[in-house]
Design a protein around this ligand. Structure first.
Ligand code: ASP
Length: 324
């Protein structure tokens, strides 16, 4: 196997070492991470490394990822690997999927165990990510997340465990493939990838989660301060009856997207008829997120607003992106 891959370091557990004050914090460069991977030279893949940031995943922002897209676009490598904190991979990978043009693979990876721990998973994840980024089969699939030898579509992947090395899953539709005997094996496809132009604004977009007995006061206050709101409803897209008037008013002023807080499965359209049901809310002007979970929906709403899309275009974009 040959090809060239650029590894861009953003920080995260994979790059963390012990600090004088206790605990671990990001410190290692992308080159140090690459140098620590056994078996990388034997792949024949030409690897270059650059450290863009060294931060925990929690402190990355959309602006950082826009800069990263520019780094990716300026590179002539056949594939790109982004190394970052796993805490925000499910969102950052979707930002990259939406913003990066072209067919070159962009593969995001990280580690659940830091390099000071027994069984640190960083080197294996980085090796797998480099191999997949160099694979012709990965071209045209947008941004992929590779963890624990599994290949996930950015649009579907979720972090479902706070510590396990098997923390990542794609509950809607399953993984796209695996790393097997040092090669990418794709067993599944995802269609209908969309792209959004680079941001020209920085809207304020929030997520409000429906919870048992919530009287709707918080969602009302929140909606007044935002340019776009994602509601993570119960089940197939339901909220307490007391939220309905506030959401109806909000949807007249800003785009309000209805997602499910469950983390898998779609928002329904025409099943339930009670006040606060998905039928009721969609009829009042909320936009369905379809299969996109609330965090992905927030990414898409943020980027479409930032690109200057109006409500109609945002709704049309969600209809495609939320389709599975
Ligand atoms: N636990 C996180 C990680 O896996 C920390 C972070 O996101 O920076 O990298």
């Amino acid at each position: 196997m040959a090809g060239s891959v650029l590894v861009v370091g953003l920080g995260g557990t994979i790059a963390m070492t012990s600090t004088a004050g206790g605990g671990v914090a990001p410190k290692l460069s992308a080159q140090q991470l690459v140098d620590a991977v056994p078996g990388l030279a034997a792949t024949g893949i030409e690897v270059q490394a650059t450290t863009f940031l060294n931060r925990p995943g929690a402190s990355l922002g959309v602006g950082d990822l826009v800069e990263l897209v520019r780094i990716i676009e300026a590179s002539s490598a056949a594939g790109i690997v982004v190394v970052q904190g796993t805490d925000t991979i499910e969102e950052s990978s979707y930002v990259l999927d939406l913003l990066h043009g072209g067919d070159r693979p962009v593969v995001v990876t990280g580690a659940m165990r830091n390099p000071t721990q027994a069984g640190a998973d960083g080197p294996a994840n980085l090796l797998a990510a480099v191999v997949i980024a160099a694979s012709p089969e990965a071209r045209g699939l947008g941004c992929l997340v590779v963890m624990a030898d599994e290949i996930h579509a950015a649009r579907r992947v979720r972090k479902g465990h706070s510590t396990s090395t098997a923390a990542f899953a794609s509950p809607n539709g399953g993984v796209l493939g695996y790393l097997v005997e040092g090669r990418a094996r794709f067993v599944n496809r995802v269609d209908g990838r969309i792209r959004v132009p680079l941001p020209v604004g920085s809207p304020s977009v929030g997520v409000c989660v429906a919870t048992l007995g919530d009287d709707g006061a918080t969602v009302g206050v929140l909606a007044e301060r935002l340019d776009g709101l994602v509601v993570a409803g119960f089940g197939a897209g339901h909220v307490p009856e007391g939220w309905v008037d506030g959401l109806t008013a909000a949807a007249k002023r800003i785009p309000v997207v209805l997602a499910s807080r469950t983390g898998a499965g779609p928002v329904l359209r025409e099943t339930y008829g009670f006040a606060g049901s998905e039928r009721d809310l969609l009829g009042r002007g909320l936009i369905s997120s379809g299969y996109l979970d609330a965090y992905k929906a927030r990414v898409l709403l943020h980027l479409t607003l930032a690109a200057g899309f109006d409500r109609e275009r945002i709704a049309a974009t969600f209809a495609v992106a939320g389709n599975g």
